[in-house]
Write a protein that binds this ligand. Structure first.
Ligand code: GLC
Length: 515
C-alpha cells in the first residue's frame, strides 16, 4: 500500500470529496461507481477514512491511498457507500453519469429517455446525477468538479453561455471526430458551441424569453412595456385580482442577466456593441434598469419578492393565479396547462416581451438561452458519452421533449413537423423566428466573470443600494478592467460572432475570480 503526500493532489481529492458530499449520497454513489472497481475505502478506528483513489495520468490511471480525517461516523458511512457502489458495479458494463436540469416536467422526461437509451444499448448504464436548477449554482459545481478532474457527470448540460469557457479550459472534448450533423441545427446554436474552430457541444433545446399573461385579466397582448405595466395595475385592482402585476427572475444569478437583456433591448441598449465596446452604462441601459426598479418601487407591479426569485418561484406564483404577467422561458407551458396542478390552465397566452414605447431604438427582445450537451474531458467513456448525446439530440427525442416539456427544438426541420404543433405555445413559425432573432449574451470564455459583475451591480440597483446610473458605471468600469486583464478585447462582441479561428484562448473561469 503506497502512501503519498502531495499537497496539491490531496487538496484536489479533498475538494472532490467535498463536492460529492455537497450533493448527497445518491451522487456519491453515482460519481464513483464507474470507478468502483478501483475505488476503495476503509474506515479506521480513529475516525480516518483510508481512500483508494484511481488517479488519472495521461494514458492510464493508477491507485493511490489517502488518509482523510472525517470523523468516525462519516468514515463508516462513506466506506459503506463505496462498498455498496463497488458491489453494484458490473465489470462488463459501461457506466455513464448524466446531469441535467429538472425544471417543471424535465426530470421525468430525462429519466424516461435515459431508460430507453439503456434498452437500446444493453452494455451501457446511465445514472442520473441531480444538479441544482439555478444556472449559476450548477456552473459553480461543475467548475469545482472539473478543476478537480472528476470524470462525472460524463455528459455535462452546459448553458448556452458556458461553452467557450469550458472549451477554453479544456474541460469538454471537441466533437468533430464523431462527425456531428452541424447543418441540422440552428446556425446560431452551433456558433455558440464552437470555440477556436471546433464544435464542443450539441444544442439540446433552445430557450427564448417570453411574456406570459392571463388572458382572463388582460385579453390583448401589450404592445409596449408601458402598456404592460398599465394592464398589470388594472388587473391588480380588480375585485379578486391577482396580488402581483408581473413576476420575473430577480435573484442575483444568471437569470437576472437574461431578464435585463430583454429590458435593455426594449430601450435600445446592449451590454457590448459590435465593436467590442462595453456600452452597458449608456443612457438606454440606465433607463432600462430604472424601468425595472420602478416596477418594484414606483408602479409596484412587481413584488419585492422577485429579488430572490428564479424561474420556478415565478412559475409557481403565476401558476397559482397570483400574477397577471410573468417573464419566463417556454418550459412552464406544459405544467401550467395541466389542470391537475395549475389554476391558470386555458387562461394564459404567451407573446414577445414588448419594447418601450418611449425609446426610439427600442425593440422587442428575447434573450437566447438553452442547453447543450458536452462530453466531460475526464470521462473514461467518451465514445459512449457521445452516443448518448447523439441520442438525446436526435429528432425523435427532441420532439418528445417539446411535447412533454414545451421546450423548443434546436433543429429547424422540426418546425415543419405537424407533431410539434400544439407542443409549443405559439405558432411554429413564430417560435422559429423567435429563436432566429433572439439576442445572445456576449460569447466569450470570460462570460461567467462578466456576468457575475453585472449580476452584483444590477442587484445593487434593484435593492436600492445604488442608483442605476452609478451601478452601471461601476459595472462598465469593472467589465472593462476584466477585459483588459484577460486580453480579451479583440475577441469581444455583443453577439455570437466572436469565434476565433485558431488562436488559443487566454482565459478561462479558472483565472481571475478576484475581480
Ligand atoms: C435557462 C436558459 C439559460 C439561462 C438560464 C438563466 O436555463 O436556458 O440559457 O442562462 O435559464 O436562469
Amino acid at each position: 500500500m503506497a502512501q503519498r503526500g502531495d499537497d496539491l493532489v490531496l487538496s484536489s481529492i479533498a475538494l472532490r470529496i467535498a463536492s460529492l458530499l455537497v450533493v448527497g449520497e445518491g451522487v456519491l454513489c453515482g460519481a464513483v461507481s464507474s470507478h468502483a472497481r478501483r475505488w476503495g475505502a476503509l474506515a479506521r478506528p480513529n475516525g480516518g477514512l483510508l481512500l483508494r483513489v484511481p488517479l488519472r495520468g495521461r494514458r492510464a490511471s493508477f491507485p493511490v491511498w489517502y488518509l482523510v480525517k472525517v470523523g468516525q461516523p462519516a468514515a463508516l458511512v462513506l466506506a459503506g457507500l463505496l462498498a455498496a457502489c463497488a458491489r453494484t458495479s458490473n465489470p462488463n458494463e459501461t457506466v455513464l453519469t448524466f446531469s441535467g436540469s429538472a425544471l417543471g416536467a424535465e426530470g421525468t422526461l430525462v429519466a424516461k429517455q435515459l431508460q430507453r437509451f439503456m434498452q437500446l444499448n444493453p452494455g451501457v448504464r446511465v445514472e442520473l446525477q441531480r444538479t441544482p436548477d439555478d444556472a449559476s449554482q450548477r456552473h459553480q459545481l461543475y467548475v469545482q468538479w472539473l478543476n478537480a478532474r472528476v470524470g462525472n457527470p460524463s455528459i455535462l448540460q452546459l448553458d448556452v453561455v458556458w461553452t467557450p469557457e469550458f472549451a477554453a479550459a479544456g474541460w469538454v472534448l471537441p466533437l468533430d471526430k464523431y462527425g456531428p450533423p452541424r447543418a441540422e441545427f440552428f446556425p446560431a446554436t452551433i456558433t455558440a458551441n464552437t470555440w477556436a474552430g471546433k464544435l464542443y457541444a450539441l444544442p439540446w433545446f433552445a430557450d427564448v424569453g417570453l411574456l406570459y399573461r392571463r388572458t382572463d385579466l388582460v385579453p390583448n397582448e401589450p404592445k409596449t412595456l408601458e402598456e404592460m405595466v398599465k394592464s398589470a395595475q388594472t388587473a391588480m385592482v380588480r375585485r379578486g385580482g391577482p396580488r402581483y402585476g408581473i413576476v420575473w427572475q430577480g435573484a442575483r444569478y444568471e437569470g437576472l442577466i437574461t431578464g435585463f437583456v430583454e429590458y435593455l433591448g426594449a430601450f435600445g441598449g446592449r451590454i457590448i456593441d459590435d465593436k467590442g465596446e462595453v456600452v452597458v452604462n449608456r443612457p438606454e441601459a440606465v433607463r432600462a434598469l430604472e424601468f425595472m426598479r420602478d416596477e418594484l418601487y414606483g408602479t409596484h407591479v412587481a413584488p419585492l419578492d422577485v429579488l430572490t426569485w428564479h424561474e420556478e418561484e415565478a412559475r409557481f406564483a403565476f401558476q397559482n393565479g397570483n400574477a397577471a404577467f410573468m417573464r419566463n422561458w417556454p418550459y412552464p407551458v406544459a405544467a401550467m396547462s395541466d389542470t391537475g396542478q395549475s389554476k391558470v390552465a386555458g387562461k394564459f397566452a404567451v407573446s414577445p416581451m414588448p419594447a418601450s414605447g418611449t425609446a426610439p431604438n427600442g425593440h422587442s427582445t428575447a434573450a437566447l438561452g438553452g442547453a447543450q450537451l458536452a462530453i466531460n474531458a475526464y470521462t473514461e467513456h467518451p465514445d459512449a458519452a457521445y452516443k448518448l448525446i447523439a441520442y438525446l439530440t436526435a429528432p425523435e427525442q427532441m420532439l418528445e421533449r417539446a411535447q412533454a416539456v414545451g421546450q423548443y427544438p434546436t433543429r429547424p426541420a422540426l418546425y415543419d413537423d405537424a407533431r410539434l404543433r400544439g407542443a409549443v405555445a405559439i405558432p411554429l413559425d413564430n417560435a422559429r423566428r423567435a429563436i432566429e432573432s433572439a439576442t445572445p449574451r456576449p460569447v466569450t470564455p470570460i462570460y461567467t466573470e462578466l456576468s457575475e459583475i453585472l449580476q452584483i451591480e444590477l442587484h445593487r440597483a434593484l435593492v436600492r443600494q445604488a442608483e442605476p446610473r452609478e451601478a452601471l458605471n461601476s459595472a462598465a468600469a469593472r467589465i472593462n478592467a476584466l477585459i483588459e486583464r484577460t486580453g480579451m478585447r479583440k475577441l469581444m462582441s455583443g453577439g455570437a460572432e466572436s469565434t476565433p479561428s485558431s488562436t488559443s484562448p487566454t482565459a478561462s473561469s479558472t483565472v481571475g475570480h478576484g475581480e
